[in-house]
Design a protein around this ligand. Structure first.
Ligand code: ADP
Ligand code: GN1
Ligand code: MG
Length: 362
């Protein structure tokens, strides 16, 4: 691969060096920051013929502590998904999986001299991601896609590493929150009294729900980060695939179902500043559930199905609590674009929880 000098003159040396490690045969013509993820530095790498383009990511290794383990998971999962998809009779481009590009030494990631980790995926062209759902039927498509993802992984050969241990365990999230509240970085605690009361009032319900999941639900290979912008859609709004496979690990289907609805059944953005716009969209909830159960009712146990209704409240509350904790910690986890960003995100989640509780009768 040759990087054309003129157009890439301004390219960061580290980015250029990272790209050079991977098996890319076409000339790179431009590299720029891309997407709306909160965790990694993501770049679109365009090549001369766009056949293909690539997604380069500097992986956040403060959050993901076991990069070889995580990349091993992703290799296992993407290989398995590709085999499954290819075995579907007359499959079209509608069903895809992300594809990793390997380094010249055959690895799925590259670690540079500063200790940073990089990886490259083939860019899936003509795909759209949404921050807010454009129409309720997209919920149906997304529900089916998440059900199919779980179904395809049901016979995964080999165990998955827990890339972030206890990711959706409320006990862990409460203890991290309490630590942040006690430390009280920048004295922010006094500004968030209402949010503190709202969250703490829900702790015991969330803890009992999590305990019930541990007692009655099946541990499966789940995605664990099924927010709307982690699904690619085609121009006809059919789901192409789930992306962001970093948190694919053992979990409960309730995490995927709940996190999807946290974003899809919200009538507005995750960080909307006008809280009056935050409403729970019951039609999307119904469409999503219909699509999900169309696939998942074949493999879920009756106990698992019975535990689905509280999952959107659990996930929205836990993500709200994590945003609040990060605000109290002085914004060390999620990428923010202004000083109150995490607080704004937390407030949206809590408002949505309120709306969900009313609509779903909890
Ligand atoms: P983060 O963990 O930071 O959210 P993601 O892996 O979700 O990072 O990637 C960020 C964004 O990059 C996605 O929301 C999507 O828009 C885009 N993206 C990631 N992988 C691909 C891909 N293979 N093809 C097309 N777009 C992609
Ligand atoms: C992060 O990686 P991204 O931006 O898709 C986070 C999720 C949160 C989400 C909130 C590894 O997801 O758990 O639900 O932000 N991912 C990680 O938008 O913490
Ligand atoms: Mg993402």
């Amino acid at each position: 691969m040759k990087i054309r000098e003129k157009k890439t003159r301004m390219m960061d040396q580290d980015v250029q060096n990272a790209i050079n490690q991977f098996r890319i045969t076409d000339d790179v013509i431009s590299v720029h920051l891309f997407g709306e993820g909160h965790i990694h530095d993501t770049y679109l790498v365009e090549t001369k013929d766009h056949n293909p383009d690539y997604i380069l990511q500097k992986i956040n290794h403060h959050i993901f502590r076991d990069i070889p383990g995580m990349m091993g998971n992703i290799e296992l999962v993407t290989g398995h998904l590709r085999n499954k998809i290819q075995s579907i009779p007359d499959h079209d481009h509608k069903n895809e999986s992300v594809t990793l590009v390997h380094t010249f030494s055959g690895k799925s990631f590259y670690q540079d001299r500063d200790g940073n980790f990089w990886r490259i995926y083939v860019f899936i062209p003509d795909a759209v991601t949404y921050q807010v759902i454009p129409e309720p039927l997209l919920g149906y498509e997304a529900g089916k896609a998440i059900g199919e993802f779980q179904l395809m992984l049901a016979d995964l050969s080999g165990p998955l590493v827990e890339t972030i241990p206890d990711f959706h365990n409320i006990d862990l999230r409460i203890s991290q929150y309490l630590q942040a509240k006690t430390f009280n970085f920048n004295g922010r605690v006094r500004d968030v009294q209402r949010e503190i009361i709202f969250a703490e009032n829900r702790f015991s319900n969330m803890q009992s729900y999590f305990k019930t999941l541990q007692q009655s639900a099946v541990v499966r290979a789940t995605h664990n980060d099924t927010k709307l912008n982690n699904i690619l859609f085609d121009r006809q709004n059919r789901a192409i695939c789930l992306i962001d496979l970093d948190t694919v690990m053992p979990g409960y289907v309730h995490f995927d179902y709940g996190d999807a609805l946290r974003t899809m059944a919200n009538t507005t953005l995750e960080d909307e500043s006008d809280l009056t716009k935050v409403k729970f969209n019951l039609q999307v909830y119904n469409e999503f559930t219909r699509g999900y159960l169309k696939v998942a009712s074949d493999f879920l146990s009756p106990e698992e199905i019975a535990l689905l209704p509280f999952a959107p409240i659990y996930l929205t509350s836990i993500i709200g609590l994590r945003f609040l904790t990060d605000y109290l910690n002085g914004d060390i986890y999620y990428r923010i674009h202004h000083p109150e960003h995490n607080l704004q995100r937390a407030r949206v989640q809590f408002k949505l929880v309120n709306e969900m509780e009313r609509s779903l009768n909890f």
